[in-house]
Design a protein around this ligand. Structure first.
Ligand SMILES: [Zn+2]
Length: 254
């Protein structure tokens, strides 16, 4: 049993607090800021044991040092970003494992958005914290890595079970759906999803987390090797990689 608290921060970031109910072990994922995290910990009478960082961007680590100072927590983050992320105590690399109470996490290196990006995957809790690699209906911009790395990282995530609940770093779903619909305007599932998302946002709710199985069907980036999708885009002769490059470029200009 576990609980996940979701804190919206800055303009469109999400910070998550994971609590393993049996042991009360608690971790905070990608604290963009410290104040909202510390206030919620205080309100819920929680002791924070760990911070999990997915990558070095400031809107994912901005709260690190202040939270560490106030709570004495340990910080876990990518070994490759030891110099760029302040306060890391436990450096992580591909296939490392880490237990938060009864929740077992496996670490995957998923470069592309940044070169050192990692994600935290739990098979037994069906959770994925993927930072800025995969978004609902979208994927992260390729800032430091190559498109080739990003496509490989997305394939790694796509290979996880359909039942996985994905917790990403930003609320970008609405604009991602508009982009997906610009490629595939008649897609009924996308049109339904657009309604669903608009209703959630209108009620002040979150569109995150999302189900990976549904995402595999709807996310244009995860369909770069889908022959029907390529045909619809008019790029049937493209490789999967070239299709991914094409869709990523279109999104960058959208
Ligand atoms: Zn980022």
């Amino acid at each position: 049993m576990f609980e996940i608290l979701q804190i919206p921060a800055l303009s469109d970031n999400y910070i998550y607090i994971i609590i393993d109910k049996k042991t009360n072990k608690t971790a905070c994922v990608d604290p963009a800021v410290s104040d909202a995290v510390l206030a919620l910990l205080e309100k819920k009478k929680l002791k924070l044991n760990y911070i999990f960082n997915t990558h070095h961007h400031h809107d994912h680590i901005g709260g690190n040092l202040e939270i560490k100072k106030k709570t004495n927590c340990k910080i876990l983050g990518p070994e490759k970003d030891l110099k760029r992320i302040p306060g890391i105590d436990i450096p992580l690399k591909n296939n490392d494992e880490f237990a938060l109470g009864n929740i077992n996490f496996k670490i995957f290196e998923v470069p592309g958005h940044t070169s050192g990006h990692i994600c935290f995957y739990s098979e037994n809790a069906k959770l994925l914290f993927c930072g800025d690699v995969l978004f609902s209906l979208g994927c992260g911009r390729v800032f430091e890595g190559t498109n080739n790395q990003m496509w490989s990282s997305l394939l790694k995530i796509r290979s996880l079970p359909d039942s996985t609940n994905v917790y990403c770093g930003h609320e970008y779903t609405k604009s991602n759906i508009l982009f997906a619909l610009s490629l595939d305007p008649e897609n009924k599932k996308l049109l339904n999803k657009k309604n669903e998302v608009e209703n959630l946002l209108r009620d002040g709710k979150f569109t995150i987390p999302f189900n990976l199985g549904k995402e595999k069907k709807l996310n244009p980036f995860l369909n770069s090797d889908n022959k029907n999708f390529q045909k619809m885009l008019g790029v049937s002769d493209y490789s999967s990689q070239r299709t991914f490059d094409y869709v990523r470029k279109k999104k960058d200009l959208f």
